[in-house]
Design a protein around this ligand. Structure first.
Ligand SMILES: Cc1cc2nc3c(=O)[nH]c(=O)nc-3n(C[C@H](O)[C@H](O)[C@H](O)COP(=O)(O)O)c2cc1C
Length: 303
């Protein structure tokens, strides 16, 4: 049995595998299948200050080797998360990553502040959402705005802070450097890639929102590239995700520079995916004489 422990933003995880935000709810549906204590951690559904109903359906569509979604951050709001979901999660012996989002910098900061005196282990700030005060462009597509929202959340909240980057940018490394300079303890990437499909019979987009986020195996090479570039650009640890569905994918992502990984769309195909990936990583380490998984982080040998 290899040592699968990893450290991210100063927090120790028993293994590097974390179900990704929005693909695992708060874990309740999976508890019947396996103990959640098997997981390194859980990144909970994106929480906003107030309850949100999300976008109008259809908001999920299959694509070749992936899926498009425009769920739109449907969630019960911060108070419900803290009152009803967190007390259940803290009994599960796994790390709790509170994924948060907001429509303004002030909203993000207020929400982050509410988590100070809670049992969450880490805050993951999703900066892919539209910044209402800045005309709707996502926080994560502009270095200055990405830095400003990171700083506001950093000032409001003393929990370890991981900032989740959007891949819909020209230079992911510039954004990563800006959030690092403004107090992020780690970065996670990638969020979904903006996409669109059209039903040619009706000439309607398959999603009511017209556009949505692409995830699943189709995005894996893009995610590996961005994780590799980011890990080489910043000193803080990187949590890698985007299309991971096997232990080998997770190992590849760690070789690219990820200290831990998140698994999203793969869970919709196989709810056991995170556990199979953990077991598969253990077996891979044993077969390859790796004693500690952290030793493979960033070991890619570029040509
Ligand atoms: C249905 C769905 C809902 C998602 N909701 C969120 C969310 O609330 N917050 C967030 O930061 N990311 C959200 N994501 C993005 C995932 O956490 C992840 O970054 C992305 O899907 C790439 O990983 P994957 O290819 O393994 O799914 C969502 C993804 C999907 C498919």
């Amino acid at each position: 049995m290899a040592d699968l422990r990893v450290s991210l933003a100063g927090v120790e995880f028993k293994n590097p595998v974390i179900p990704a935000s929005g693909t695992y709810g708060y874990g309740r549906e999976y508890e019947a299948l396996y103990p959640l204590s098997k997981l390194g951690g859980i990144s909970v559904k994106g929480t906003t200050l107030h309850e949100r109903n999300g976008n109008i359906p259809p908001r999920i569509a299959e694509t070749p080797m992936g899926m498009l979604n425009s769920v739109g951050l449907q969630n019960g709001g911060a108070e419900k998360f803290i009152k009803y979901e967190l007390p259940n999660l803290v009994t599960k012996d796994t790390r709790i990553v509170a994924n948060i989002a907001g429509s303004t910098i002030e909203e993000c900061a207020e929400l982050a502040g509410m988590l100070n005196d809670t049992a969450v282990d880490m805050v993951e700030l999703n900066i892919s959402c539209p910044n209402v005060k800045a005309g709707g462009a996502a926080f994560g597509t502009d270095c200055t705005v990405a830095g400003a929202v990171t700083k506001a959340v950093r000032d409001a909240c003393s929990k370890p802070l991981m900032v989740k980057l959007s891949p819909n940018v020209t230079s992911i490394t510039e954004i990563a450097k800006s959030v690092e300079a403004n107090g992020a303890d780690a970065v996670s990437l990638i969020n979904t890639l903006l996409g669109m499909r059209i039903d040619i019979k009706t000439r309607r987009p398959v999603l009511h929102n017209n556009v949505g986020g692409l995830s699943g195996p189709a995005v894996f090479p893009v995610a590996v590239r961005m994780v590799w570039q980011t890990a080489n650009a910043v000193k803080i640890p990187v949590c890698g995700m985007g299309g991971i569905s096997t232990a080998e994918d997770a190992i590849e992502m760690m070789m690219a520079g990820a200290s831990a990984v998140q698994v999203g769309a793969a869970i919709f195909r196989d709810p056991y995916a995170p556990v199979k990936i953990i077991d598969g990583m253990n077996e891979w380490c044993d077969r390859n004489g790796i004693k500690a998984i952290k030793d493979i982080v960033g070991t890619v040998k570029p040509w």
